[in-house]
Write a protein that binds this ligand. Structure first.
Ligand SMILES: Nc1ncnc2c1ncn2[C@@H]1O[C@H](COP(=O)(O)OP(=O)(O)OP(=O)(O)O)[C@@H](O)[C@H]1O
Ligand SMILES: [Mg+2]
Length: 586
């Protein structure tokens, strides 16, 4: 379920204020930008006056000298306007680029510190949509809010000029300008709804696309290419429809032009009659018409930007909701400790949801350096138990201690830095083999080449790496796709060796490796486990035989604990599993 759908109810005004808050670090630049823009528009306000003078003095009085002056003034205004608009463009792109970056970084940083729980409930595509589409939309909202402020400033300057030229003209313009401002606010709801739908469609396309790429092997083998195309095609069509609806609704509710449809004819009628009666000159009539239109220009701009703000507001709401509704893992807690690796579970209960416990009243203790083998049928809770130790999940009841420390009091980074994990199907990052091994260290940039080779050698990976054409520089593709399962595991083992952790969490590969690979991997693992408290989800006979303690689990409970011999004589769960699984696995 996408949590952002139960969004907080922020109005567009509050959204605009929050978005403008993002400009805070750049207020100096923003102010400069506003001044340059105001200068540019202010200069432009002279043009109706120049035109009026042209009609009355040059044409009316046939003043040739004045013609030269006016041409010069016009040229000066045009050139200065060009320069100032260049400046505005530069500042605007700089400010929007930086605010967009800030927002994306904030979202990404938030994402980095979210607990595993969040990732259970959101698809990668949804998350990508938060970082890209939604923050992009929100950044447009910042720009739109900025333009609304600029439009407001320009309107006030223009209004002052209009009143200064003729107060009656100013009064005449007011009802029409109010219409331009008020109508789009009145019709904001449909625009918001249409925008919301566009963003939801983009999110669902992003999800589908990501799954289509990640699952491309499965889609091929199932022969579902056309079906997948059909889904994407359908979503794209819905998006186009939503976007068209958004544009149409936007156009319909932008009723600003109505003001000039009604205002101009009325003014032509009144003003035209005054010219005929000799009350005002042709030049004045022309200047007044132009000023009335100049007055509506910033309002149209505000109206357009307001439409954009409504659209962007939906993106911003999603971003704000994402940041507020998903709390990150705390970065507080005890630091500066060096753990020995004694582990104690005290009456630990845990469930992924409140109703169904997956682990119940788990209690055991392990001495530093011991090897603990977890065995049990599928779904017994073995991986879940492992995930509690680095606090990927938090117990709902009970306590876990490492040495004398309740792990809930320790700083997460410190706790996790003392642990190494090798999963069944370890994730390798795109990049070279060397980069992937180096990443295991606490300070990757300080690791020497020799250390990497030593770790790879201990992990029985050196010989296969040197046989590759590019050796350690070999690019392994996304998820290490260019390597075999056994090779990937050994790279992951080298990665953990470089880390040299006090505790080890290991999910042995269930897939049958050939006996030679099995031997080199097992050898590497044994070297890795030496001298570290190791929790291993065991699928190999050698592991259970070597284990100091075997924990036999079923339905989230530890039913038996002891060595291989002790548990065999009990003739319970372990003995049953042993005969079914381990005795035959070699
Ligand atoms: N992220 C999750 N959200 C909800 N339920 C989960 C989640 N992960 C596991 N479960 C449930 O918790 C139970 C225990 O799962 P767990 O992965 O710990 O079993 P396991 O003993 O490791 O099994 P296997 O040997 O198949 O790996 C299962 O019933 C599973 O459906
Ligand atoms: Mg498991």
């Amino acid at each position: 379920m996408n949590e952002s759908k139960k969004k907080s109810n922020l109005g567009s005004g509050r959204i605009a204020v929050r978005l403008l808050g993002a400009l805070k670090p750049y207020w100096g630049l923003a102010l400069l930008c506003l001044l340059v823009y105001a200068g540019s528009r202010g200069l432009f306000l002279f043009t109706p006056w120049v035109e009026g003078q042209f009609l009355d003095r040059v044409f009316g009085e046939k003043d040739v000298d004045y013609l030269f002056i006016l041409v010069g003034v016009w040229f000066g205004i045009a050139f200065a306007t060009y320069l100032t608009s260049l400046g505005t463009g530069y500042f605007v792109s700089k400010i929007t680029g930086q605010t967009r970056r800030d927002m994306q970084l904030k979202v990404y940083q938030h994402l980095r510190f979210l607990p595993c729980r969040f990732y259970d409930n959101h698809t990668t595509g949804q998350i990508m949509a938060y970082v890209n589409t939604d923050t992009g939309a929100a950044a447009e909202g910042i720009l739109a809010s900025g333009w609304i402020v600029a439009g407001g400033v320009e309107f006030v300057i223009t209004l002052v000029v209009v009143f200064w030229v003729n107060p009656w003209l100013g009064l005449f313009s007011i009802p029409f300008t109010l219409a331009v401002v008020y109508l789009p606010v009145l019709f904001r709801r449909p625009v918001q709804n249409a925008s919301k739908q566009v963003l939801q469609e983009r999110e669902s396309i992003s999800s589908r696309l990501q799954e289509g790429i990640a699952g491309s092997r499965e889609i091929k083998s199932l022969g579902h290419e056309m079906r997948d195309m059909g889904f994407i095609g359908g979503s794209l069509n819905t998006l186009v429809r939503a976007e068209v609806r958004q544009a149409v609704i936007g156009g319909l509710t932008a009723l600003g032009p109505l003001a000039s449809w009604l205002g101009n004819p009325l003014f032509f009628f009144i003003g035209g009659k005054m010219v005929i009666d000799g009350d005002i000159s042709v030049g004045f009539f022309w200047m007044a018409t132009r000023y009335l239109n100049l007055l509506t220009f910033p309002l149209y701009r505000c109206q357009n930007e307001y439409q954009k703000l409504l659209r962007a507001g939906e993106g911003a709401k999603r971003v704000f909701a994402f940041l507020e509704e998903n709390p990150t893992e705390t970065q507080d807690g005890i630091t500066g400790i060096n753990l020995q690796g004694k582990v104690r579970f005290e009456d630990v209960t845990f469930g992924y949801n409140e109703t169904e416990p997956v682990l119940e009243n788990v209690t055991f203790e392990v001495q530093p350096g011991q090897l603990v083998a977890l065995v049990g049928p599928s779904g017994a809770g073995k991986s879940t138990l492992l995930n509690l130790i680095p606090r990927f999940r938090e117990p709902t009841q009970g306590h876990i201690y490492v040495d004398a420390h309740d792990i809930s009091t320790l700083n997460l980074r410190v706790l996790r830095s003392q642990m190494g994990t090798v999963f069944q199907d370890p994730y390798l990052f795109s990049g070279s083999i060397e980069e992937n091994i180096r990443m295991g260290a606490r300070h990757p940039e300080r690791v020497r080449q020799d250390d990497i080779i030593a770790a790879a050698t201990a992990a029985n990976a050196h010989s296969f790496i040197t046989q590759l054409t590019d050796g350690y520089a070999t690019e392994i593709g996304e998820r290490g796709i260019k390597l075999s399962g056994g090779e990937r595991q050994r790279i992951a083992i080298a990665r953990v060796l470089l880390r040299n952790p006090k505790m080890l969490l290991l999910d042995e590969a269930t897939s049958a490796l050939d006996s030679e690979t099995e031997r080199v991997v097992t050898e590497a693992l044994e070297r890795l486990m030496k001298g570290r408290t190791s929790f291993v989800i065991a699928h190999r006979l050698s592991t259970v035989l070597n284990a100091d303690v075997i924990l036999a689990m079923e339905n989230g409970k530890i039913l038996e604990a002891g060595t291989h011999q002790e548990l065999l004589t009990q003739d319970g769960l372990y003995a049953r599993l042993y005969h079914l699984q381990f005795a035959t696995s070699g």
